[in-house]
Design a protein around this ligand. Sequence first.
Ligand code: G3P
Ligand code: CA
Length: 738
Amino acid sequence: MKKSLIAGLACLSLTVTSAVPWAVLAAPEKGIITDNGQSSLRPITSDVAVIAHRGASAYGPEHTLTAYKQAMQMKADYVEFDLQMTKDGHLIALHDETLERTTNAMELYPDRAPWRVKDFTLDEIKRLDAGSWFNAKFPNLAKKEYVGQPVPTLEEAIKFVKQKGNGKVGLYMETKAPNVYPGMEEKLIDILKKTNVLNDKHLILESFSEESLRKLKTMAPNVKLIQLYTAAMLKGKVVYQEFKRISDYAAGVGPSKELVVPTFMDAAHQNQLLVHPWTVNSQDDLAALLSLGVDGEFTNNPDLLADLLNKPFISHGVASGDVTDSSAVLWARANGPANIQFEVSSDPSFKHRAIVKTSHADALHDFTVNVPVNGLKPDTTYYYRAHTVSSKYTVNGSFKTAPEQNSLKPMTMVWGGDTGGQGEIPPYKTFQAMSALNPDFFLFSGDTIYADNKTPAVPNPPSETVQDFWAKYKENRTDPGLRSLLQKTATFSIWDDHEVTNDFSGPSESLTPTGLRAFKDYWPISGERSSADKLYNKYSWGNTVDMMILNNRGYRDSNTKADGPDKTMLGEEQLKWLEQQLLESDAKVKLVATSVPISVPTGKANARDGWANGNQVNPNDPTGYENEFKKISDFIVEKGIKNVFFVTTDVHFAQVIKYDANQDGKTDYHELISGPIGAVKINPGTLDPTFGPESMYAEGDFFNFGVFQVDPANKQATVEIRDENGKIHFSHAFQLEE
Ligand code: G3P
Ligand code: CA
């Protein structure tokens, strides 16, 4: 790392605001590797395989030589044959056990129902037309050359691919219904020997039948075997044990695509098994499975997968964040160095192209980009789309700008946190339930990753290198619910402790710079908020809500320090800023987004991590940050600041609390707590009485999130706690004070 570079960065931050103590350490270095060398969410093979499912069967009649030809023209690495056996023992390439769906057997042999392959000789089958059905079913793809396409025998199919593929295209064959065709394995091996491909490096045999694969293993011990799985086959099984069990004959697994989640990938790759999901046809799905680290994909559209594999593409979705009434930050990641182009328009068809922005994705930021967009209209839904300049693959998103200042428009936001800890990993259900509410924005209240917990991305925690932290963010972005929420909802992300390590204090934790760097790389954070790493800032929703986002980690004294007038969590500057914002705000509601709770004791005794010292559970606990919170609480009471709501997560249960800090019988402010989204579920305990809390609702042991709505016209704010299915567990309307 070059000294000069560090010096340059240090002086920069000092000029902006008084930098956080460790700012100088966050300088990125050149030419870094982005992979953390331990995640199981990455391919265990150097070349991810394009497997043409039944040929290029989205464009031509499956299992015909023309469909195989197109697959090879589309740069498929493998052409897949499903095998059936004729009455006279010939292996043919056909998916179904009957000839009905993909040939004209019903017309040619009307009295031979149900047209099972095993009831026909090869000669009879060779008279069939295996192409015209495709023209009839897909008239827009119909071609004259498809008429009369014969059913190929296995030999013909092998020879054709070998010739046309110049020996470079692999063969991938499935013993279909081996119980219907006794001896098909022997027949298969004979043909592979006769056609001289048995020892081909790129030969793979697959089956749903373990018995068939074990038979093939004895006859051809060196051939790669793939065990196919449906969801029903894995029901009730512990995938890690199941994969350990089959790894004595299988080189990989072929799961139905919905089975592929981080746990599945981890179990397979920990057992050195390739993962080839089927059948994946949209580029969104193809990209999503690549982000999980699959080793190949069965697809009817080999061209779409080849396009993704040959050029950098948008690999982990898009996001927008830190929106105001005239600006937003757009985020995307490519899977390699690339220029990423965003188009932004209030017209979903992009006919009226408003704004085009291009940014270079480089390894220093794990190929992520954060692009500010300004000059937007207030209270407007904007549509945007992103693609790498070199790839056709485009990902769409949308966000809503805040209403103009001084307007009083209703607002609905969702908040949640604690995602990816204590063994909980994607898929999470909660994000879908959030999306379903079409909120104006999403407040991600910290613990957006658990860098210090064991997961497939970091099987040997804690995260130490920036690559480890990046791997954690990528792991959570494999969650389809999170990706789609981020794509269609502006997000305000704040960090808490597990973005770095449990209960950390920024200035005294050596991992802080690295954790912060990755946090800023993976969230759409405005320059305003990220400059000098202050991370705190105010955002408004017209005059309905002012939201003060805090940074509860960057300036914090160590948890073990005895509380007192000089102990701080926020740092003097941020504390002054918060008081000023609260005082100046004339919004109906003041939201304070804090990543730690006020009166729920967290952390551990003598090292409390939230504001409370928890002396109701550990009398005379000298720690906590109550002195500082008292300054905030007294300020609110003395200045008579109305309608203040502290919003947080962190405690892994949901609770709604009202505070009468000066014991005058009147509520001074509220605290709204939700979570977890995906971490250990805990049950509520007792509250630290210092600031006069009264619990209005408390529930634990379930995944949940919060909804906060403000209806200025009716002078009302409403809080809801919903579970991961979106079911309301608690709802309360607050009358807003004038
Ligand atoms: O062989 C992988 C996949 O093709 C399995 O399903 O029914 O398309 O053969 P199917
Ligand atoms: Ca198949």
